[in-house]
Design a protein around this ligand. Structure first.
Ligand SMILES: NC(=O)c1ccc[n+]([C@@H]2O[C@H](COP(=O)([O-])OP(=O)(O)OC[C@H]3O[C@@H](n4cnc5c(N)ncnc54)[C@H](O)[C@@H]3O)[C@@H](O)[C@H]2O)c1
Length: 245
């Protein structure tokens, strides 16, 4: 019960890696609030409850500044605390540089970078109030070493690392840490469109020779979210089977 009595928001928690984070945080005693656009978030919350955990779902976009601010306020008023923010929501709109449209660029910027800014800015005042906070944001191996067809995505993923390092400087004095997880290829809906043969080829290029499972990534989030990680801030942890060395 490493997160006993803690209150955690998990953005993009309806499915994939966010679902695994929500399940693990709840198992460790946190009250989890899932923020997602997909209605399936309700089922995710209900299945956590059925397993004895605390979870609720709010349908919301991380890009909707007013709604996010109102939700963060509501949560603080209801629970009296807001300890952990997992900025996990993210999208891809892949295209090579010369073919990438402004719409594709802007859509990915809005969710993966501006969304992280909006959610963090809305939650931090409540963390400051209790002199405790854990901010964990989703980067990617693409942000560390680039990835073919991902100009927009890799820019956002490198960007969240810069934001976390800045928040480390600005917020450390309030007992708030800011860290980043950079997953490698993880089997979720996001990667489901990749043909099986291509996925097998990718697995062969990963030092551990297999693709990640959402729970592999969630355990990294749990470490950064835990009270034991109080002396760790501004760190980007690669969880990628050794892919981005
Ligand atoms: N799967 C991978 O291989 C991989 C690798 C590196 C990084 N990541 C990152 O990990 C995170 C989770 O990825 P995943 O594979 O679980 O993806 P996913 O597509 O399975 O899940 C992402 C979730 O985010 C939600 N979301 C998208 N836009 C949103 C918005 N505007 N507001 C609220 N919720 C929104 C989606 O509805 C979805 O539930 C993402 O940030 C992704 O970039 C994934």
């Amino acid at each position: 019960m490493r997160l006993k009595d803690k209150v955690a928001i998990v953005t993009g928690g309806a499915r994939g890696i966010g679902k695994a984070i929500s399940e693990l945080f709840a198992k460790e005693g946190a009250a989890v609030i899932i923020w997602d656009l997909l209605d399936v978030g309700k089922e995710t919350a209900e299945s956590i409850q059925a397993n004895g955990g605390k979870a609720t779902f709010t349908k919301i976009s991380v890009t909707d500044k007013e709604a996010v601010e109102a939700e963060a306020k509501r949560i603080f008023e209801e629970y009296g605390r807001l300890d952990i923010l997992a900025n996990n929501a993210g999208i891809v709109k892949d295209r090579t540089l010369l073919k990438m449209s402004m719409d594709e660029w802007n859509a990915v910027m809005n969710v993966n970078l501006t969304g992280v800014f909006i959610c963090t800015k809305a939650c931090v005042p409540y963390m400051i109030e209790n002199k405790y906070g854990r901010i964990i944001s989703a980067a990617s191996t693409s942000g560390m070493r680039g990835n073919y067809g991902q100009t927009n995505y890799s820019a956002t993923k490198a960007g969240v690392i810069g934001m976390a390092k800045t928040w480390t400087l600005e917020l450390g004095k309030y007992g708030i840490t800011a860290n980043v997880i950079a997953p490698g290829y993880t089997v979720t809906d996001m990667t489901a469109t990749i043909p099986e043969e291509t996925a097998k080829m990718f697995a062969k290029q990963i030092p551990v020779r297999f693709l990640g499972d959402p729970m592999d990534i969630a355990h990294g989030y749990l470490y950064f979210a835990s009270p034991e990680a109080r002396y760790v801030s501004g760190v980007c942890l690669n969880i990628d089977g050794g892919a981005a060395r």
